[in-house]
Design a protein around this ligand. Sequence first.
Ligand code: SIN
Length: 535
Amino acid sequence: MNKKDILEIKTDFLIIGSGLSGLYSAIYASRFGKVTLITKSSIQESNSYWAQGGIAAAINEDDSIEIHKKDTLSVGCGLNNQEAVNTMVTEGTERVQELIDQGMNFDRAESGFDFGIEGGHSRRRILHALGNETGKAVVDFLCKEVERNNKITIYENSFVIDLFSDFKTCFGCLVFSDKEKNKVSIHSKATILATGGGCGLYSQSSNPSSTSGDGIALGLNAGAVVKDMEFIQFHPTVFSKEGAQNFLISEAIRGEGGQLVNHSRTRFMENYSKQLELAPRDIVARAIFNEMRTNGEKNVFLSLKHLKPSLIKNRFKNTFELCLREGLDITKDDIPVSPAAHYMIGGIKTNTSSQTNIKNLYACGEVACVGAHGANRLASNSLLECLVFARRAVDSAVKLSKKEVKIPKNLIEKAKKCSLISSDKKVESYLNYRILLSQTINNYVGILRNKKDLLLALNEISSIKRTNLDEFDLIDKRLMNLKSLTYLITKSALLREESRGAHIREDFSNESSKWLKHINWKLNNGTLRFSYSKQ
Ligand code: SIN
């Protein structure tokens, strides 16, 4: 085949992304037809893999779906979609039970599961595995099934360039396939976006930098509505030592008694919340930020010295080893921590059947925004959300996307023009811009926001239009996507003139009933436009 031609393949279910939602939907969809699973890295590598805390599910004796729902709503600060919360906590228990029945090993204590607790939970309900390597354990468990399933074709190290869409219907995607060393057009009856979030866009993040919101940009460019982008959840405790890599210090450690102290080794959470270290994440992150700012320090500490060394070494083996590599024995030494971007609450707007506004396009997991988390996510609800809405995406696709699709000729012709080879100069400029954008949102669209900083950030972001961007050049396309995403986060944060959940404005410090609404974004003739909605 001439390299300029595009290979074309057909599938029933096209799944983009290989975190928990992608793997789970691939396995479930394989019961109904042929599945093509695309991932930009390997199927073992995803943000889900790094999830530590675990999966929250109301299956402990003293717990109930109602209590889990109440905790989720209370943390979500009035913006949750009640139907989505109900669906997640109810079906979540069924999905988790199925995993257990299929042989997934969650950690056990003598009397049953060893349920953990994290900020905002009123019960011990967090199932974990391999201590605090829950993401790894669940991903490995599902990967084995994906690899032996002959209905699933996997394309690893393959980058999706565009969805084929006429802004009403999605027909599949154009991907650079490492396997074919060429562009491939995939015609699919149903396309499920399961690419994860975009908190790796922040220069200080608990996510790998590859978590760059690609799926949100793909959806946006295909005409999907994107919402709630101002709600970026900051994790209170990310390892923070000069010259060392950031990594997550799980909230589960505070669940087992870890205490936050400032540089004078004084506990400070009692000044901020009666729930102390187990207050909801936004409160703890803000308290730490405030301590750091007041004392002019770059971090606070998490102290575990009063805990049994055996608990630390067994339950949090991974954290113990990672810190040891940085020269700290956390049974004796305090851990330097500071807040960092962790979870993107907003994303592609879906209903509770995981449908987007584009026919045959579905989304689930962190790339989607079904509204289950409201303005702030309850810890360990995200893996639960992945399971529930991945299955729902497949169920919807089975019901609604039965017909063969054919990618319109004009879209194929456009795809042929897309160039995968960019000049070194372009690549270098892309990398520089990426650093600029990630530092800009980190410095000006962080935990505490204000109009002046947000306007500064918008100014930096819009300065990128001065370069000549070519829509057919892959690198330029990626730059435009980064620019769109950082713009949506910043502009939404500027529009929302109140403080609610994960979005805190110094200049509008209270919640306002006027803002019991959502900011929606859509691409309209090449321009991003916003509107408000109740849901
Ligand atoms: C953690 O282990 O602290 C992270 C869990 C989560 O983000 O839900």
